[in-house]
Design a protein around this ligand. Sequence first.
Ligand SMILES: NC(=O)c1ccc[n+]([C@@H]2O[C@H](COP(=O)([O-])OP(=O)(O)OC[C@H]3O[C@@H](n4cnc5c(N)ncnc54)[C@H](O)[C@@H]3O)[C@@H](O)[C@H]2O)c1
Length: 259
Amino acid sequence: MDQTGHARLAVVIGGANGIGAATARLMAARGWRLAILDKDTNRANEIAAELQGRAFHADVTDLPSLEALAARIEAEYDAPHALVISSGTFQDPVPPDQTRPEDWDRIMRVNLDGVFFAARAFGARMAARGAGSIVAIASIIGLGGTPLHAYGPTKAAVINLAQSLAGEWGRAGVRVNAVSPGVTLVARVLARRQAGARYAGDPGQFTALGRCVEPNEVAETIEFLLSDRASAITGTNIIVDAGWDAARGWAMYGGVRGA
Ligand SMILES: NC(=O)c1ccc[n+]([C@@H]2O[C@H](COP(=O)([O-])OP(=O)(O)OC[C@H]3O[C@@H](n4cnc5c(N)ncnc54)[C@H](O)[C@@H]3O)[C@@H](O)[C@H]2O)c1
């Protein structure tokens, strides 16, 4: 809500599934109005209907269509006060010589170009209006080396981009932050774990808390950063990883001690 009791509009890109959908649900419960943008139009429509918001088809790799959409949402709906960029694409942990150029391009386009294009399309309008807050979803995979040779660099770049854009638009009243989740139990990750793919055992065993992250725990941090409660926070990266980063150095001592 703003000071006049008007429900503020949040645009959630990638809001049809996973962390984006959890964030949209939490924000609706906290009194925000929602615009769900996604290339998964069916799921976007379902989430928007559930939250009494609106759904829009969006592909973050297409800058002209994002700019047109930002103008349309402002004209037909409202000027967004918040933007979440939760769209993402993923890869298998393969050696560099098996990282196919087409996978490299896809991951760069969605996870890096897409974050920049979305921030540019909506953020420039927020800066012109003099208010707004943006959260881009990075990852703990961006904090150090892993066998995700394309995905990791895009996430490291998103953390840096949030800092750069925070400096660019801070005086215009726009805050920009990154959130880096650890392994978060969205439907996509649960399906992959059930299929026995990707991880060696339960990834929760590598964290300080001994478990993975729930989507709602990431959503709480995102909503906090977007709200006025975080009014002095910009250009930072908040890690929501159940202590995965904290526990990394324990591996060579046999892992985190049990309870
Ligand atoms: N789940 C995790 O363990 C985890 C951990 C760290 C970071 N992340 C990051 O969080 C974000 C959300 O991931 P998630 O786990 O919720 O995934 P998800 O697959 O559940 O949701 C991603 C959404 O992005 C949408 N999307 C993909 N490409 C798009 C495009 N070109 N244009 C518009 N929308 C597009 C998909 O349709 C989907 O709705 C991603 O940036 C991901 O890298 C996830």
